[in-house]
Design a protein around this ligand. Structure first.
Ligand code: SAH
Length: 456
């Protein structure tokens, strides 16, 4: 095995230089990077090496010799155990600066385009209470049902009393659920033995409407004590408008299985973004921070520069949120999305908002786009908002072939954004500017919108 400059269990003094995308401190020992949770750039510390790989290692913070001026006491009591947030030990102002810097870094290192302007991250005035959705594992400790978050890199559940980044209504419901399962004797799922019934509770609240959806995910086909359960959940909050039973029989980390049944109320809840109303089903993606979503979509619309006469494609359209924003200012919008239930929601949302100049299709964007290209579709503007892995090369190729004037790329992963911008640059499309928008305060996740135009 290749020699590394440090060994497991060794104690060593380091200075942190940077942060990883996961929010860990980075220290270099003879050029060998050590990733250490909770270390901040500029800080000197004693760390213990806990794992070594060929090109990098992991450490644990033992003692801080010198604290960064950007370090604060995390407001949440369980921050250092929970895997939900990564940056609560850093001032919010600094979090925003770090996110901007991380986008600049990947534009230099991955895209090799250091000159593309990356604007200061648009943050929140109050970066708390923002999450409209929570997925909570259910477990048992000392004979009592507990609900909480998974500990970092493990299946241990940290019993949680309240979560400061959650919408308070979600918090209240989750708290009450543990007692209800106890009272009714509904057994929590056990990851080790693959036994038990209730795996997760997923709660989503419409920020503007307060409407709530509760999804009960079970390992079993049946949901025991169903009627009693419905009654008790509805009694927690009159805003519960939809209760859904989802079945997930597999040994998997994926939270929801493919099968869902509405057992009380509606199949969807509604929410508003700007002046549009959206129906959201249990299987549909919906941005988790409504206040910031409005800013994100506003930028996307600005970068699309629509005058009313354009044909637009919205790839990875979800329930049609961006599509409908664009449709207010375009001649025609085509959306494509892989989750059929989300496309059903998108069609209903177009009707509800009276935007008939839209068409939505179910399919993989990387298959549908080349097909549209072959059919002769030539949009003026293309918007993409892919998952973390970014755009497939087949999609990029079709997109370039369509020769749109502009591309707006909404990204939840700067590394894959940078990779795809490099491809687009070589294919005749220039990235003009990037705007990071902080959708996930206190966490290390970064969202951006990029304006891309066809080179002359
Ligand atoms: N623009 C939407 C959704 C963005 S999230 C919004 O802002 O709400 C990304 C979406 O891409 C999800 O809805 C996901 O289901 C969908 N998706 C993932 N892989 C896909 C693929 N290969 N083809 C089309 N859609 C895909």
């Amino acid at each position: 095995m290749a020699q590394t400059p440090v060994e497991k269990n060794q104690y060593i003094d380091v200075t942190f230089e940077d942060l990883t995308h996961e929010g860990d401190g980075v220290a270099k020992v003879d050029g060998y990077p050590l990733f250490v949770p909770y270390g901040l750039p500029g800080e000197q510390a004693k760390v213990k090496v806990v794992k070594t790989r060929k090109n990098f290692g992991f450490g644990k913070l033992i003692e801080l010799y010198e604290e960064s001026e950007h370090r604060i006491t995390p407001p949440c009591d369980i921050f250092f155990q929970c895997g939900g947030c990564q940056l609560q030990h850093m001032t919010y102002e600094r979090q925003l600066q770090m996110k901007q810097k991380q986008v600049q870094d990947v534009m230099r290192k991955i895209a090799h385009m250091p000159d593309v302007p990356v604007h200061p991250t648009i943050g929140m005035e109050n970066p708390w209470d923002y999450r409209n959705k929570v997925s909570i594992p259910v477990g048992k400790r000392d004979g009592k049902v507990i609900t909480g978050f998974y500990q970092k890199r493990s299946h241990n559940i940290i019993d949680m009393e309240s979560c400061p980044v959650q919408h308070p209504q979600n918090d209240k419901l989750i708290q009450a659920m543990a007692d209800i399962f106890d009272e009714l004797g509904i057994e929590p799922y056990d990851v080790q033995t693959h036994r038990g019934v209730i795996r997760h509770v997923v709660v989503r609240t419409g920020q503007h409407t307060n409407e709530m959806m509760v999804v009960l995910v079970t390992r079993t086909k049946d949901l025991p004590k169903k009627e009693k359960l419905i009654e008790k959940i509805k009694a927690i909050d009159p805003d519960v408008k939809s209760i859904v039973h989802n079945i997930n029989t597999k040994k998997t980390n994926v939270i929801m299985g493919p099968e869902s049944k509405t057992i009380s109320g509606n199949d969807t809840i509604t929410d508003q973004i700007g002046d549009l109303t959206f129906e959201i089903g249990a299987h549909s993606f919906y941005q988790i921070n409504p206040e910031q979503t409005e800013k994100l979509y506003g930028k996307a619309l600005e970068y699309a520069q629509l005058s009313g006469s354009e044909t637009v494609v919205d790839a990875y359209c979800g329930i049609g949120t961006i599509s409908l924003f664009l449709a207010q200012h375009a001649k025609k919008v085509y959306g494509v999305e892989v989750v059929p239930q989300a496309v059903d929601n998108a069609k209903d949302n177009a009707k509800r908002n009276r935007l008939p100049n839209t068409e939505f299709y179910v399919g993989q964007a990387e298959k549908v786009m080349p097909w549209w290209y072959a059919q002769g579709l030539r949009p003026d503007v293309i918007v993409v908002d892919p998952p973390r892995k970014g755009c497939d090369e087949d999609l990029l190729q079709a997109m370039v072939g369509m020769e749109p004037e502009r591309i707006v790329y909404v990204s939840c992963n700067p590394s894959t954004l940078a990779r795809d911008l490099k491809y687009l640059n070589e294919a005749g499309y220039e990235a003009k500017q990037i705007q990071p928008v902080d959708m996930f305060p206190q966490s290390s996740h970064i969202e951006c919108v990029c304006e891309i135009v066809k080179k002359l």
